[in-house]
Design a protein around this ligand. Structure first.
Ligand code: PRP
Ligand code: MN
Ligand code: MG
Length: 181
C-alpha cells in the first residue's frame, strides 16, 4: 500500500501557509533587489518546489541556475565535506546570487556553498530558505530570507524527501514511525 494519509504524523506547515510566506519573502526580495538583477541558484533536488514557487512570486525577471551537491563522509548526516555533482552553467562574476534552499539543517552544506560561490567573484551572495532548524545548526550562518523555523524533527514534503520519496507532498510534515520500519 502507498497511502499518504497513513504515512503522515503531523502537518507542520500547510500549503496555504507556504504560499502566503513565499509571497511575503518575494516582496521583500523585490524591494531589496529593486536596482539589481538576481541570479537564483537552486540546490537540487530539495529546492525545486521553493524555486518554482518563489520565482513565480517575484515581480521582476530573474535568471535561474541549478547546482547539485552531495555531502559525503562516514555518517548519514551532513559532514560539511561537499562534492559538486552538477555545477552551475553561469559565470558568477559580478552576479547578485540568491541561493534558494528548502531547508537548513546543520547548515554545513550551505556554509560550504556560500564560501564556494563567494570565491567565484559574485558581487553578492545571499540565501533564501523555506525552512530552518535552529536547534540543529552547527555553524554561524547569515541567512537573509527564512520562511519558517521548525523543530529539530525529520520533516518531508514540498521538496524534502525521505529516501527520495514524499518530495511531491504539497505541505511540510513529519512521518509516522511505521514509515521508518
Ligand atoms: C538536504 C536539504 C539541504 C541540506 C541541508 O539536501 O535539501 O540541501 O540537506 O542539510 P545541512 O544543513 O545539514 O547541510 P540533501 O543532501 O538531502 O539532498 P536533496 O536536496 O537532493 O534531498
Ligand atoms: Mn538539498
Ligand atoms: Mg534529501
Amino acid at each position: 500500500q502507498n497511502d499518504l494519509g497513513t504515512d503522515i504524523e503531523k502537518v507542520l506547515v500547510t500549503e496555504a501557509q507556504i504560499k502566503h510566506r513565499l509571497m511575503e519573502l518575494a516582496s521583500d526580495i523585490d524591494r531589496d533587489y529593486h536596482d539589481r538583477e538576481i541570479l537564483l541558484v537552486g540546490v537540487l533536488k530539495g529546492a525545486v518546489m521553493v524555486m518554482a514557487d518563489l520565482a513565480r512570486a517575484l515581480h521582476n525577471p530573474v535568471r535561474m541556475d541549478w547546482m547539485a551537491v552531495s555531502s559525503y563522509g562516514s555518517g548519514t548526516k551532513s559532514s560539511g565535506v561537499v562534492r559538486i555533482l552538477k555545477d552551475l552553467d553561469t559565470d558568477l562574476k559580478d552576479q547578485h546570487v540568491l541561493i534558494v534552499e528548502d531547508i537548513i539543517d546543520s547548515g554545513l552544506t550551505l556554509s560550504w556553498l556560500l564560501s564556494n560561490l563567494r570565491s567565484r567573484g559574485a558581487a553578492s551572495v545571499e540565501v533564501c530558505t523555506l525552512l530552518r532548524k535552529p536547534e540543529a545548526l552547527k555553524v554561524d550562518l547569515d541567512v537573509r530570507y527564512v520562511g519558517f523555523d521548525v523543530p529539530n524533527e525529520f520533516v518531508i514534503g514540498y521538496g524534502l524527501d525521505y529516501a527520495e520519496k514524499y518530495r511531491n507532498v504539497p505541505f511540510v510534515a513529519t512521518l509516522a514511525p511505521h514509515v521508518y520500519r
